[in-house]
Design a protein around this ligand. Sequence first.
Ligand code: BV8
Length: 257
Amino acid sequence: MSSDHSNLTLAAEMIDDAQSIVILTGAGVSAESGLATFRDPEEGHWSKYDPMELATVHAFNKDPELVTRWYHWRFTRARNVEPNPGHYAIGALQKHKSNADQALTLITQNVDGLHQRGGASDVVELHGTIHTWRCTKTGKQRPLTELSFDTFPIPSDDGGLMRPCIVWFGESLPEDALQRSFQAMAECDLFISIGTSGTVEPAASFILAAKENGAKTIEINRDPTPNTGIVDVALQGASGVILPQILTEIGIEYPTP
Ligand code: BV8
């Protein structure tokens, strides 16, 4: 048996035995839906911009039209893609654990909403969501579906501009998301990092906090990351392939569209 398969079996046993799981996902879990990750080069018109530059208050204040067009381009793509087998597997695992009265908290750094469309519930959106926007002046929120993108940037009803409810670099994370994350990490006996390069704080340190609290750790990622050497089990590959294999190992059957 290849070490990969024995690692996968070990990971499946750890997941099946765990009483309280935290899963942290990043852009890699949406890659097989066709969405470029945060640090893979974008194709086309946007390849000349650095997301690290555009995802900032400074960039929005300097050129609100450019940043609004960037998000319009990103959410148009997010709306036109489907969840992939990795999203459905995570949704099914969360339901399986809930039916067994075991906890599974899903924390995502992604803003695309694909976990919810893949069957997950009560998702902790650590970096916000592209599907809700707010007025820069009053903070009044509106769903993306209510906005018309016939002018860039989008004026709000209150004399400000509309911006996505996304956490930009240099902005603090939503207090409730942080609190739920810290609570889950304090209680979990297994922390699983999926599809994240582990480079953005404070999310990147969550796995260390869980480990310090005595949790076992698993990483599922296409490429090695700074955490690969410190986790109990590292599975290298596509999350949309590995996660369904893990659920099969555990014996969890679920419908996949
Ligand atoms: C904050 C929304 C208080 C925007 C994003 C220490 C503590 C606290 C903050 C800092 C700190 N040090 C530095 C900071 C500042 C900063 C930071 O972390 N900078 C880093 C880059 C050095 N943090 C902040 O500003 C945070 N705010 O803490 O407030 C504060 C502020 C200032 C100073 C101190 C304190 C706010 C961070 C949130 C930023 N917003 N997103 C938007 O989306 O437009 S972060 C952005 O990066 C995305 O959300 C993304 O999800 C996230 C992380 O990236 P990944 O998801 O990991 O994506 P990436 O492309 O990097 O990696 C994908 C991985 O998937 C790869 O490893 C690849 O191999 C793998 N993969 C690919 N395909 C697959 C796959 N894996 C499996 N299967 C596949 N098929």
